[in-house]
Design a protein around this ligand. Sequence first.
Ligand SMILES: [Zn+2]
Length: 292
Amino acid sequence: MASGNRDIRQRLLFEDCDIRGEIISLETVLSEVYTRNPYPEVLRAHLGEFLAAAALISANLKTAGTVTVQARGDGPVPLLMADCTDRRDLRAIARMPEPNAPLAADLRELVGSGHLSVTVALPGRQRHQGITPLEFPRLADCLSDYFSRSEQLPTRFWLAADHRSAAGLLLQALPAQLQRQDARDRSWEELRVLADTLSPAEQLTLDHQTLLHRLFHTQRVRLYDPVAVRFSCSCSKTRIGSAIVALGTDTVAELFDTGPVIETQCQFCHQHYSFTAEQLRAEALGGGTSLH
Ligand SMILES: [Zn+2]
């Protein structure tokens, strides 16, 4: 990856047509995720695309919140998920496959029969979750299809990742303002076709400025200052405690059968947590669930 292009996201705006975008490159975030969970290389490439997608979508958050992109199914890897907050804190996890499980480049074969969900959680407000079947081999196509049906504005994703780095481009049409509707639609089609010529190798190696120039040199594109994204986990003793309590009284009692302290760690970041029955009871009271 070109130097200076790591773990940054940039907004872009086409000066002469009603189309905006976001572009992202990830590297250190991925190594932080894979240091904690050493996934096989094929799975890293998939998870890299999930991370890039969550970071692109979260750029649209207007207030504090978290965007989660998640696939669930019955295949060799039944769960992949990545989330990104408005503060650009990224994390991801996948269910580790069996040692000899076949890991396909086709997302539908990897995850199996299942669905993709995009969740926007805003504290103090209702969660918004959109669900779509996994109908395309690539995450970018699943998301583009989902957004084209759920958003009124044409939206499209281009994602690429290998086992070390990931990159993403999002283009979205804006309500016609500078242009008439039919002219905007023609611009959208033109830019979409140009972006479709992007190869994964270009996406993973070119810096943002060069990449945009190579694709859209006939357009005036404004590229905004880069913002840093980073690996960071939102786990806390209260959240982990609430999750244990939610397992139910019988399961919690069984956990204490082996000793006076429950030891656990966050699956995302491997932070270690331990609870005595007293501490867990305190978390339960805080969370409003009774524990005997
Ligand atoms: Zn954590």
